[in-house]
Design a protein around this ligand. Structure first.
Ligand SMILES: Nc1ncnc2c1ncn2[C@@H]1O[C@H](COP(=O)(O)OP(=O)(O)OP(=O)(O)O)[C@@H](O)[C@H]1O
Ligand SMILES: [Mg+2]
Length: 575
């Protein structure tokens, strides 16, 4: 896991390696300074050699400056490397998510993917920075300071050699106990983030249902859960401080006690004693740093794992990317197709569908809500894969196409469609980047969008807010149809795409389709019989199965479901 994630350090590797090397220089200076201090006191001051004191003093200042520069440089290197690492990791995650199919996204949920791309990457970035700074610095400091102290006075060193196991055991205990608590905290974090996401994305609905107070209370609870989990986890970690201080000060007291008597009977210099104390604090300090480092890893491990899951997920739908095939025509064939959203043959959304649709036909699809109309057509551009059986487009199995080819030839206007922030023209160009203005206008005329666009003061340069908030539902639908038309597909699927459009406009869109797109196979999913009446054939869906296929008149004569829908709509119209 770590290897895969850290491979994204990429071009920042040099900086990430250089940083610990510079740190070694910094540590070397820091470790030598106390020894020089001891020499100044014991050889210089005590024997009144002023020139020696000045010379060594200057050397000490020089070393301090060098150490400072190294420290600053290492800090800069590690920060740059960690930020670069985070950028690379985020881009990799984003690229990966782009390759996901609908079912991959369903699996993680959008909110969780956002958290993983933001919070979790930040955790990984912090851990990485701590790691390149501390993982080298602390052990080296620990070893060097220990060597210096033992060389200075091996008998006195026994004191802190006794303190180290105590501290080590305490740290070990904390790490073991804290890990599960931090994992629990992250799940709470996740819940909070998805709450924020959901309410912000659905803020209009929240307002429409006057649910603000409820949502506020709900959020307060989730935020409080995060707090509780954090306190629970941190409670253990903060024990680190007092334990550390306790060990440090008892060692210092013991050293002053034993060292003091050594200094008095002359077997140890006072300078040596004060340097010795500095070394002891360096040793204990680096132990504390090491423990914090451990802690950081404990916290970030859960995040790393979540990042790894996203990176490691295989896109469930992959095109035959190098195949060079194109659809010969706009024909569509379903061969004994069954489909489940859960890959479970006992929980089918579509059962044994056989269909043969000729190129250029207009097919209406009608059926109650939840009768799997959307499920049926989304297999054509391979938004999902059939669980059993095969789907053929233009004479080839959909699995044999590169995804891009397939989806540009079989364009689907989704039931829940979105526009993006940008001008109307930008949005339309999603269909074809190189579309000329004439082509754009032409597509908009077919979708009956040209007139209302021209009514905006800025026309095609009108700026759309996020999700297309500043156009009406029906206008949005027409823009989405125009956008799909610009792809010049051989097959176009309109999934309830005119539900918010008035009947008159709906009928002129269909007229335009008949006249201009007679070559294009058209699927029209609709709730209104009037929308599909003129289709060459109409499919009646019922609970995941095809109840009947035929023309309006045929179905009206023989299909009960169709008759029912027709009569209820006739009646509604007469009322
Ligand atoms: N992403 C999904 N994951 C799991 N189940 C789903 C998913 N999408 C749809 N379903 C289920 O599949 C069944 C068919 O849904 P589908 O969207 O195809 O119906 P529909 O005929 O298009 O309905 P509507 O007219 O309301 O759009 C429903 O029972 C629905 O609950
Ligand atoms: Mg649907």
């Amino acid at each position: 896991m770590y290897r895969k994630i850290f491979s994204y350090v990429g071009e920042y590797k040099k900086k990430a390696i250089l940083s610990p090397i510079v740190i070694i220089g910094e540590v070397a200076m820091e470790v030598l300074i106390p020894t020089i201090m001891a020499m100044i006191i014991d050889n210089g001051i005590k024997q009144n050699k002023i020139s020696y004191v000045v010379g060594m003093g200057l050397l000490m200042v020089g070393m301090a400056v060098v150490s400072l520069c190294f420290g600053a440089l290492a800090g800069r290197l590690s920060a740059v490397a960690a930020m670069g690492f985070a950028k690379n990791l985020r881009s990799a995650l984003f690229r990966k998510v782009q390759s996901y199919s609908f079912s991959n996204v369903d699996k993680f949920s959008t909110a969780s993917l956002v958290t993983r791309l933001t919070t979790d990457v930040t955790n990984a970035q912090n851990a990485f920075m701590m790691f390149i700074r501390g993982a080298v610095r602390s052990p080296i400091m620990l070893i060097c300071a220990t060597i210096m102290a033992v060389r200075m006075n091996s008998r006195l060193s026994l004191v802190f050699l006794a303190a180290i196991p105590v501290l080590g055991f305490a740290i070990f205990f904390i790490v073991i106990k804290a890990h599960p608590r931090f994992e629990a905290m992250l799940t709470k974090y996740d819940a909070m983030n998805s709450r924020v996401q959901e309410t912000l994305i659905g803020s209009r609905v929240v307002k429409a249902f006057v649910r603000e107070d409820y949502e506020k209370e709900n959020f307060r609870k989730t935020a409080d859960n995060v707090r509780k989990a954090q306190v629970f986890a941190e409670k253990l970690v903060i024990l680190n401080g007092p334990i550390m201080q306790f060990c440090m000060y008892s060692s210092i007291i013991a050293i002053l006690w034993f060292g003091g008597s050594m200094a008095m009977d002359g077997s140890m210099g006072t300078g040596e004693l004060s340097s010795f104390i500095t070394y002891v604090s360096q040793i204990l300090m680096s132990l504390m740093m090491l423990s914090m480092l451990f802690m950081m890893f404990v916290i970030s491990r859960a995040s790393m794992h979540r990042i790894y899951e996203v990176l490691n997920e295989e896109p469930s739908i992959k095109g035959a990317e190098n195949a060079e095939i194109t659809a010969q025509d706009g024909s569509v064939r379903f061969e004994n197709v069954s489909f489940s959203y859960f890959d479970d043959m006992n929980n089918l959304a579509l059962e044994h569908i056989d269909l043969d649709i000729k190129s250029g036909e207009t097919i209406g699809i009608i059926g109650g809500t939840g009768s799997s109309k959307t499920s049926l057509v989304q297999l054509i551009p391979r938004l999902y894969d059939a669980t059993e059986g095969n789907v053929y487009v233009g004479g080839h199995n959909v699995k044999d196409y590169p995804l891009e080819t397939l989806r540009s030839q079989a364009a689907m206007v989704l039931q829940k469609n979105v526009l993006f922030s940008g001008t109307i023209r930008d949005n339309l160009r999603w269909g074809d980047e190189n579309a000329s203005d004439e082509e754009i206008i032409d597509a908009c005329k077919s979708a009956c969008a040209h007139d209302f666009i021209m009514n905006f003061p800025d026309g095609y340069d009108t700026y759309l807010g996020q999700g297309g908030v500043n156009v009406s539902g029906g206008q949005k639908q027409r823009l989405c149809i125009a956008r799909a038309l610009l792809k010049k597909p051989k097959i176009i699927i309109l999934d309830d795409s005119t539900s918010a459009v008035d009947t008159a406009t709906d009928s002129s869109i269909r007229k335009a389709f008949r006249e201009k797109l007679s070559e294009t196979t058209t699927f029209i999913i609709a709730q209104r019989i009037s929308s599909v009446k003129d289709a060459d054939r109409i499919i009646v869906m019922d609970d995941g199965k095809i109840s009947d296929i035929g023309t309006h008149d045929e179905l009206l004569a023989r299909n009960e479901i169709y008759q029912e829908v027709y009569l209820s709509q006739q009646k509604g119209a007469e009322d």
